[in-house]
Design a protein around this ligand. Structure first.
Ligand code: TYD
Length: 160
């Protein structure tokens, strides 16, 4: 949606707390980081992810050797899926989430602070580009599940 204050188009991105993050009770801490950064929550749901959604979500990885294990892990418990909106939220979220491989993730990132060693148990998903975010949001959420609203402090969180 458009910022009523500066009229720039806000980005949206898909963030998902993966099964290990839910099992480890990290949902609250992850939401807190995005709130604290000034982003706006516009969609939130918990689900056991159907296999067809997972295969579509990770379609670019389907030929990788780790693909079956990735699907198995992503089905090992519920996921908390969210859509966050804000100025440059796609890139900012990638930085906040950190490197795919927890061993390489910087301290201060979600993966750098909460994940250990195992690459496929890396706590959280964040869309990797604007196009990827749009594709993933459409896969995971219906239009009705996304809430358009104006946050009372938006004049402080926009660019101008
Ligand atoms: P990818 O989209 O490359 O990373 P990111 O989640 O950081 O955007 O990979 C998707 C997921 O696949 C990743 O979060 C964990 C898993 N994965 C592995 O299990 N092994 C691997 O070697 C890679 C690259 C990814």
């Amino acid at each position: 949606s458009v910022c009523l204050h500066c009229l720039t188009l806000w980005e949206r991105t898909l963030i998902a707390v993966k099964p290990d993050g839910v099992h480890r009770r990290l949902v609250g801490q992850i939401i807190q980081r995005f709130e604290q950064r000034g982003f706006k929550l516009v969609g939130l749901k918990m689900l056991k992810v159907p296999e067809d959604l997972l295969t579509q979500h990770y379609c670019q990885l389907r030929s990788k050797p780790f693909f079956p294990r990735l699907l198995e892990y992503m089905s090992s418990g519920p996921v908390v899926a969210m859509v966050w909106e804000g100025h440059k939220v796609v890139q900012a979220s990638r930085v906040m989430v950190g490197h795919t491989n927890p061993a390489e993730a910087q301290a201060g990132t979600v993966r750098g602070d909460f994940s250990v060693l195992i690459i496929y148990r890396n706590v959280v998903h964040a869309s990797d580009s604007l196009e990827g975010a749009q594709r993933e949001i459409q896969l995971w959420f219906t239009g009705k599940e996304l809430v358009n609203w104006d946050c009372c402090d938006q004049s402080f969180t926009c660019e101008l």
